[in-house]
Design a protein around this ligand. Structure first.
Ligand code: NOJ
Length: 529
């Protein structure tokens, strides 16, 4: 099928660019306060248009004490003054739509902030009250109830329960400041339907659903049988083990998404939702995208794949097979604001960057939609943020570096911090930028046809030209150390080995690096027709 004949909704094969609001661009109050904001994003929308993405996903900008940088929401229907106003989001939406860009916003339904009116009321009310029933409060175990109600751990380290002065405990799968809602209470579902409608009425094109697999916990709240260690099985290159997870991926959660799908479908314009669901298998991920549920789910299998042609091929084939039954399309992602940036994961330095570009080129050839994380188009690596500048709640709970290193504000121009990010000249933004980032700025890379930015622009243009509307079956296989994907009459090859490999016959449409002597060097990918 040619691009002109395509019948899929926009999100089906969209390239979506993730904007981490604090770290994208800072415009207010002029000249900026070192923290990115909505007017900053609006000012840089032409950059995203020129880069060639179809949509942006903006991380939470709602009223929040910022304990987890917005994933702790105190008011779901207002903008935090740190990031602007409701007028600013209206202007952002209008400008994006004027440029042909769709906008996805983040929705955080698993937990609120401890500053949300509901949680404040819950703390002020007595055990057993209707205010407490919106969250998961329980008596403790052991003598005087001094032990937590079960053995669950917080994702950010330490126990998942905190005790309040009257002796009850409340559940928080993340930070203490992020109490989990009780989705078995109908008030919670009604509240979120209102939130969905609020943002849909304002014109957003979709939602990224935070912790989408977490809303329901097994009703018994029983102890977890502790996780086993992941092992490679004989048949699989990918580490797999199925853990006992009474806190995740419960069957009741799917009723929530059936309700949301009806709401989304009642609006014009192909409104959509993408699930952040760290499920244990591709098959359970696919349950979230059944035809009457959400439209997409992030495919974290691709992100977690080791540098191996066999592992890549396995994930490609498994992911495509898993979503086929759901009549949706796969998604692909290499980086986001929660994981180490992929050039660093792939070894860092020139090798890490070459691999990162190769994995990106392979990803952009795959069917379905691709999610890019801000700064990957500049080849940014994970930054070793000095301990005194770290802000991730997991750092405070575990003493481990956490996620700040992938959240460093973007370098736009100039020779020194803040590199055009915004804020007074000569000052550092909320996480300090490295002193050696001058060659990585957008301005520097725009001037260099061999830059990673220039490569991303070429790759996104080539994707539209070569694969728009391609509906043929896609199959991945391995030839020696080379991943080979056949799609739309094109061979996509990625050399994950240590020796040069033969290039297939045909016209080279694009490559992730030089192809000296007509061979495919290690850590390089190409599209051949
Ligand atoms: C997933 C988000 O991506 C992450 O940044 C956040 O800390 C947790 N969910 C909790 O909301």
């Amino acid at each position: 099928m040619s691009g002109a004949e395509r019948s899929h909704p926009w999100w089906y094969d969209a390239v979506v660019y993730q904007v981490y609001v604090r770290s994208f661009a800072d415009a207010m109050p002029a000249p900026g306060d070192g923290i990115g904001d909505l007017p900053g994003i609006t000012s840089r929308l032409p950059y995203l248009r020129e880069l060639g993405v179809d949509a942006l996903w903006i991380t939470p900008f709602y009223t929040s004490p910022q304990k987890d940088h917005g994933y702790d929401v105190a008011d779901y229907t207002d903008v935090d003054p740190l990031f602007g106003t409701l007028d600013d989001i209206d202007r952002l939406l209008e400008t994006a739509h004027g440029l042909g860009l769709r906008v996805i916003v983040d929705l955080v339904p698993n937990h609120t902030s401890d500053q949300h009116a509901w949680f404040r009321a819950a703390l002020a009310a007595a055990p057993g009250s209707k205010e407490r029933a919106r969250y998961i409060f329980r008596p403790g175990r052991g003598k005087d109830g001094a032990e937590p109600p079960n053995n669950w751990d917080s994702i950010f380290g330490g126990p998942a329960w905190t005790r309040v002065p009257d002796g009850e405990w409340y559940l928080h799968l993340f930070d203490t400041s992020q109490p989990d809602l009780d989705w078995r209470n109908p008030e919670v579902g009604d509240m979120f339907e209102g939130v969905l409608r609020f943002w849909l009425d304002r014109g957003v094109d979709g939602f990224r659903v935070d912790v989408a697999h977490g809303l329901y916990k097994e009703a018994s709240l029983r102890d977890q049988v502790r996780p086993k260690k992941a092992k490679k099985s004989a048949e699989s290159m990918v580490e797999r083990v199925l853990n006992d997870e009474p806190m995740w991926d419960q069957p009741e959660v799917h009723d929530v998404y059936r309700r949301w799908r009806e709401v989304l479908d009642s609006y014009p314009g192909d409104r959509m939702a993408v699930a952040e669901a760290w499920t244990q298998t591709a098959a359970s991920m696919a349950m979230f995208i059944r035809p009457d549920e959400l439209h997409q789910a992030f495919n974290f299998g691709w992100l977690g794949t080791p540098w191996s042609a066999e592992a890549f091929a396995e994930v490609v084939n498994d992911s495509i097979a898993a979503v086929a039954a759901a009549a949706s399309a796969p998604t692909w992602v290499l980086s986001n604001h929660d994981v180490e940036r992929h050039p660093t994961r792939y070894g860092g330095g020139p090798v890490g960057l070459a691999r990162g570009r190769a994995a990106t080129l392979a990803m952009l050839a795959l069917p379905g939609s691709a999610y890019l994380y801000q700064g990957e188009e500049l080849g940014l690596e994970q930054v070793d943020v000095p301990p005194e500048a770290r802000q991730d709640p997991s750092w405070f709970r575990t003493g481990k570096p956490g996620r700040d290193g992938c959240r460093v504000p973007l370098p736009w121009s100039g020779d020194a911090p803040p590199y055009g990010f915004g804020g007074p000249a000569g000052t550092q933004p909320w996480i300090p930028q490295p002193a050696d980032w001058a060659p990585l700025t957008v301005a520097a890379q725009d001037a260099d046809p061999d830059s990673t930015l220039a490569f991303y622009k070429r790759a996104l243009t080539a994707r539209r030209e070569v694969f728009a509307g391609a509906d043929e079956e896609t199959v991945a296989h391995v030839d020696g150390d080379v991943l080979v994907v056949r799609r739309a009459g094109v061979s996509v090859v990625l050399n994950a080995g240590t020796y040069p490999a033969a290039l297939p016959e045909g016209e080279v449409l694009i490559s992730s690096g030089p192809l000296p002597g007509g061979v495919l060097p290690p850590d390089t990918a190409a599209w051949i027709r």
